[in-house]
Design a protein. Structure first.
Length: 194
């Protein structure tokens, strides 16, 4: 081998040695970086996992509270609907089963509130119960001139009295609403045992 080849071989050997040493140092540095990253990730996980569990529990509690409130709203809505149905059925039941009692109720409502020259408006369902003959009888009894309107009101029982000065709403919807406000607690106890 000549000098040139020896020098080239030495350069290659030295380069390989330096390269091996650099790779070894790099591997040590990579191992250290990986160990630090794993330790940091583990510390982060150890810190965040309990927080995540607490947050998950809080989210579950809030969702359970919202679901409970939604259930209570639905139940209250159904109870209110049932109470409304009870009141709505009263007029129909009276109209069908006790026409005389129904007519007496309407008569008392008119007698207590009518003014002279009032026009009595009834609902279409009452056309066979409250007739002009009945209105004439009430007029005579209270000494006031009343007329039965040829138009029907858009309500489900009771009457409207239209006067020269002002109108009076004596519909069952309004009357029942007032009764319901006063008696709702008692009715709820009867219906729902509350």
């Amino acid at each position: 081998m000549n000098n040139k080849e020896v020098i080239i071989e030495k350069i290659i050997k030295d380069a390989l040695d330096v390269s091996k040493e650099n790779v070894s140092k790099a591997q040590i540095e990579v191992d250290k970086i990986m160990a630090d990253a794993k330790a940091t990730a583990q510390a982060f996980a150890d810190e965040m996992l309990p927080k995540g569990e607490i947050q998950a529990q809080e989210i579950l509690k809030r969702r359970a509270m919202v679901a409970s409130l939604d259930c209570k709203k639905i139940i209250l809505s159904k109870k209110t609907e049932l109470v409304d149905d009870v009141f709505a059925s009263v007029a129909d039941t009276m109209r069908k089963e006790d026409k005389k009692g129904y007519l007496d109720l309407i008569t008392k409502m008119i007698e207590s509130s009518a003014d002279d020259k009032d026009e009595v408006i009834i609902c279409k369902k009452d056309k066979d119960i409250i007739t002009q003959k009945e209105i004439d009888s009430i007029s005579k009894a209270i000494g006031k001139k009343l007329t039965l309107s040829k138009e029907f009101g858009d309500f489900d029982g009771g009457v409207m009295l239209c006067g020269e000065k002002f109108d009076k709403n004596l519909t069952f919807a309004l009357e029942f609403e007032q009764i319901k406000d006063e008696q709702e607690e008692k009715l709820a106890k009867i219906l729902f045992g509350e």
